[in-house]
Design a protein around this ligand. Structure first.
Ligand SMILES: [Zn+2]
Length: 80
């Protein structure tokens, strides 16, 4: 059953308030949740994954720069 406030909101073309929401869709992967706490935990897990990915990528870039510097130095040393 639709609550009275939600029906009234649709009638005048106004967005339903957050309190009227019954389903939550993840904007990262599209999963649907009925429980807001589970949805918030799911979003938190996505954020942790993003941070872990960024840290791993930074470490990869740093090691690539280090290897490039070592190669450039060794080419310079051995070419003399
Ligand atoms: Zn998701």
């Amino acid at each position: 059953m639709v609550s009275r406030s939600a029906a009234a909101s649709r009638a005048v073309g106004v967005r339903a308030s957050v309190a009227d929401l019954k389903h939550f869709m993840c904007y990262f992967c599209g999963d649907m949740f009925k429980n807001k706490d589970e949805f918030n935990l799911h979003k938190f897990n996505h954020q942790v994954e993003d941070i872990a990915y960024q840290v791993a990528q930074n470490e990869f870039v740093s090691s690539c720069l280090l290897i490039t510097c070592i190669l450039a130095f060794s080419v310079e040393v051995f070419s003399e």
